[in-house]
Design a protein around this ligand. Structure first.
Ligand SMILES: N[C@@H](CCC(=O)N[C@@H](CS)C(=O)NCC(=O)O)C(=O)O
Length: 114
């Protein structure tokens, strides 16, 4: 249970999360979020459900994260999933779209059955 709370409220680069849960760290994905945002909570539950461990940046505590999001994605709205593929960044807004993306990501990886 502790790892669920850590996954929901902990900051990204805490690699102990993966050790606790046995999940594999997913490279190239970063979730920009705030802890008070209900849409972000929905995305974080999807991460737990699919046992996905990705980097996370809390806009309220991670220095420079808000500027990074606005510069890259174009607006400060959370949640936003930054997808780094082939040297390019894609910024996915809309919690429903992010949840759908994560579900596909989990299905593509045989370790992640939900
Ligand atoms: N339809 C969006 C709603 C996202 C949303 O309203 N996020 C709020 C926080 S709960 C936000 O970032 N508002 C500030 C802004 O858009 O600049 C989704 O489902 O992701």
């Amino acid at each position: 249970m502790l790892h669920v709370f850590k996954r929901l409220f902990g900051d990204s680069t805490d690699t102990t999360n993966s050790e606790d849960s046995g999940s594999v760290h997913q490279q190239g994905l970063t979730l920009y979020y705030t802890p008070t945002c209900p849409f972000c909570a929905k995305v974080q539950w999807a991460l737990v459900k699919h046992d996905l461990d990705i980097d996370k940046k809390n806009l309220l505590t991670s220095s420079g994260a808000r500027d990074e999001l606005v510069r890259g994605g174009g607006k400060p709205t959370v949640p936003c999933l930054r997808i780094e593929r082939n040297g390019e960044d894609h910024w996915l807004y809309e919690s429903d779209d992010i949840v759908a993306y994560l579900q596909k990501e989990a299905q593509a990886n045989p370790r992640h059955q939900s």
